[in-house]
Ligand binder design. Structure first.
Ligand code: COA
Length: 385
């Protein structure tokens, strides 16, 4: 297999983009990634998206976007893996380029959620859960995560306020990210006063819905003999794993087994371990997911995720910076696009372009995208060479 490099990145601001269509958003991110790469054309396009069929009445995003960006004729498909659709499309592109099947690839994650009323979006999100045992019983994603967070607090003795640093770090970092949904500072007081959505999850524990797209261009590393573009970022690992769709089918609902398995495969592929990771763009759709991700990937002991946050170890200056550009919590979570935002942000960090929240001397970054409540988890490790 060939080694693969990311040579171009692009993204749109996450917002309520009522004046832009799905193809406008995807096109803006894709064309800026192509421009950044210096390429005009690629052999294949992979699109990550979760809900365009219900939210935008538009499927068939491969041909739809290839045509819009002037690449009519190339191979193009859309991939769906709930909230991990973005990373799933990136991993598919990595495999295609690594195998030699295509000599270049463009990946776009896109989602446009805010044209629909929140009730419809909530129902569409719930299709990522088990229709019979979870969604069919009225459980939304907020409710599912509230069950997990309640259990976690009960088992490990944490209080609600101990989760505040996750939200405060994310919102503080997002202030420096022009592409982020929110730019207002957050404090522990804001966190404690935020309206409750589903006890114990309040507004400051939850990621917002939003519209946005993020993209990357991939080439085989061997083709970059005389690179005229920016620093070269190698894909050091790409790995995926699944768990049960329904939470109650897990032996231990407080352990993200698929995160552990895909993380372990990724560490093994890259020949690295958690102490080598300079920053981690994790899937903080809810603050409880940030805590569980830190634990499953070897950055904290079981039950001790909040400790890292309380000790400031998750800040850009800490031992394992997370949500460095705002994370899902404050940069935003346009579900099928999120995995690509995470990857774009890791690349920015490794290139030294994460203005305002740059992690000093960052050489190795990891991204992990979670589909469902932990049922499909895709991990990538990137290295500056
Ligand atoms: N964090 C902080 N502020 C938020 C926010 C969030 N997650 N979501 C919305 N806001 C702010 C808005 O900016 C707005 O502020 P303003 O009044 O100053 O303009 C206010 O809260 C109300 O915004 P609105 O868009 O009306 O929120 P909402 O009540 O319709 O929805 C949530 C808020 C959190 C319920 C909704 O975003 C949600 O369901 N999130 C979870 C999505 C999810 O489950 N994703 C899948 C995860 S796997």
């Amino acid at each position: 297999m060939k080694e693969v490099a990311v040579i171009g990145i692009g993204q749109t601001k996450i917002d309520e983009h009522w004046d832009k269509s799905l193809r406008d958003l995807a096109g803006d991110a894709a064309l800026s990634a192509l421009m950044d790469s210096g390429l005009e054309k690629v052999a294949a396009l992979y699109v990550g998206n979760m809900m365009s069929g219900s939210a935008n009445r538009q499927q068939h995003l491969g041909a739809y976007i290839a045509d819009w960006i002037g690449l009519r004729g190339i191979e193009a498909i859309r991939l769906e893996a709930a909230c991990s659709s973005g990373a799933a499309s990136f991993r598919t592109a990595v495999m295609a380029v690594a195998s030699g099947e295509v000599d270049s690839a463009l990946v776009v994650g896109v989602e446009k959620m805010t044209d629909s009323p929140l009730q419809e979006v909530t129902a569409a999100l719930a299709t990522a859960a088990d229709a019979d045992w979870e969604a069919g019983q009225g459980l939304s994603f907020v409710a599912l995560n509230a069950l997990i967070m309640n259990r976690y607090m009960h088992e490990y003795g944490w209080k609600k306020e101990h989760f505040a640093p996750f939200a405060v770090n994310a919102h503080t970092n997002a202030i420096h990210n022009p592409f982020a949904r929110f730019h207002e500072p957050a404090t522990i007081e804001n966190y404690l006063k935020a309206p409750m959505i589903n006890d114990p999850i309040n507004l400051m524990d939850a990621s917002p819905v939003g519209d946005g797209a993020a993209a990357a261009v991939l080439l085989p590393l061997e083709s970059l003999h005389n690179p005229s573009h920016k620093k070269i970022i190698k894909v050091a690992a790409s790995a995926a794993a699944t768990d049960s769709i329904a939470i109650h089918h897990r032996k231990d609902p407080l352990f993200l087994r698929a995160a552990y398995n895909s993380g372990k495969k990724a560490y093994d592929q890259a020949g690295l371990n958690p102490s080598d990771i300079d920053l981690f763009e994790l899937h903080d759709a809810f603050s409880i997911m940030a805590a569980l991700s830190l634990e499953a990937n070897g950055f904290a002991e079981r039950g001790q995720g909040p400790r890292l946050a309380l000790d400031n170890e998750i800040l850009p200056t800490g031992r394992i910076p997370i949500a460095t550009r705002g994370g899902l919590k404050a940069r935003g979570h346009p579900v099928g696009a999120t995995g690509m935002y995470q990857i774009v942000e890791v690349v920015q960090q490794l290139r030294g372009e994460a203005f305002g929240t740059q992690v000093e001397n960052a050489r190795v970054g990891m991204s992990q995208n979670i589909g469902g409540s932990g049922s499909n988890i895709i991990t990538h490790i990137f290295q500056l060479i």
